[in-house]
Design a protein around this ligand. Structure first.
Ligand code: ATP
Length: 302
């Protein structure tokens, strides 16, 4: 038996207000002749925060790729801002799974953020008149603005290799935000951060939804750090999926039905949820994300 931590709901939205920015209708994906998930129904409104949860190798990143138009569906439909996946351009921001910057890397944080605006031109010196053009001034102002938004002003001029993991992650979120996307796709942005940084980055992402009105879809292994900010959850299992508010989805009853095997959702004294009995995914990436052991889950459950 394996155990994976999950978390407590705070929000109660069931249907998005206004037009959905992202809609999945009976969506399913097959890779290598295997159905990863199918029958996914999801409707996300502007400024909502959605977590994609499930065991290793179940297809969480693949769902993000399907939204980006990089993974074709085997069945059903995805509409992103009313268009087919891959058509919404800069209206969709994306932060892939964590990259590690070499400690000796001299590129400054501000340059990393600027690459989100003009990655294709980065490093190419501009002719002098263009450097002072209104367009470049607006770009520099936006870069400063977004660096301030993520709270990175103090260290954005340092070489990225000398920034801490949490500082690097904030700068990468700024990079994904610099073009003012309406949807932000984040693939495990809390991975490999320590607990205080997880909490701080989770709060930042919550603020990006509420204050900036950006819809965030975030792959997570542990829902607890983001629990207080979440509107919606997509819980993937081999072949299927459960979607709804955290209250609806992260329950013994829903997860038992989803996995077709007894699952228990336990609440710890500090309000965290621990999901016990989650089956092994058919495949896993062995290089990271070791699942919590049963002993760890017991300890967490107090
Ligand atoms: N193009 C592909 N061809 C064959 N198999 C693939 C392809 N893309 C992904 N897979 C497999 O599909 C499964 C789901 O991968 P994915 O990365 O989406 O899972 P995940 O839930 O994000 O995993 P993790 O939590 O470990 O990051 C894995 O077994 C992966 O090896």
């Amino acid at each position: 038996m394996t155990a994976v931590t999950s978390g407590i709901p705070a929000q109660t939205r069931t249907e998005p207000t206004g037009q959905p920015v992202l809609r999945l209708h009976d969506a399913g994906v097959r890779v290598g002749g295997r159905t990863l998930w199918s029958g996914v129904q999801l409707s996300i409104g502007a400024g909502e925060f959605t977590a994609v949860l499930g065991p290793n190798g179940v297809g969480k990143s693949t769902l993000i790729k399907a939204v980006l138009g990089l993974q074709p569906l085997a069945e059903g439909e995805i509409r992103v801002l009313g268009q087919a996946p891959g058509q919404a351009g800069r209206r969709v921001g994306y932060l892939p799974q964590r990259r590690n910057f070499d400690a000796s890397l001299r590129i400054r944080g501000t340059d990393i953020v600027a690459m989100g605006l003009d990655g294709d031109r980065w490093g190419v010196p501009l002719p002098l008149p263009e450097r002072f053009s209104p367009r470049r001034r607006a770009a520099r102002a936006r870069i400063e603005e977004v660096i301030e938004l993520v709270g990175a002003t103090k260290y954005a001029h340092r070489p990225i290799g000398q920034c801490s993991g949490g500082e690097q992650q904030r700068l990468l979120i700024a990079q994904a935000l610099v073009r003012r996307p309406e949807i932000l796709l984040l693939d495990e942005p809390l991975d490999s951060l320590d607990l205080p940084n997880q909490a701080a980055v989770a709060a930042l992402i919550g603020r990006i939804c509420r204050v900036e009105g950006v819809s965030v879809i975030m792959v997570a292994h542990d829902v607890n750090p983001i629990l207080g900010y979440l509107d919606r959850v997509v819980y993937l299992a081999e072949g299927g999926a459960a979607t709804g508010t955290p209250q609806e989805v992260i329950t013994s009853e829903t997860l038992t039905r989803l996995y077709g095997t007894p699952i228990e959702v336990l609440r710890t004294s500090d309000g965290r949820l621990v999901v016990v009995g989650q089956p092994e995914a058919p495949a896993r990436h062995s290089d990271r994300h070791a699942p919590a052991s049963a002993e760890e889950a017991d300890r967490a459950a107090g």
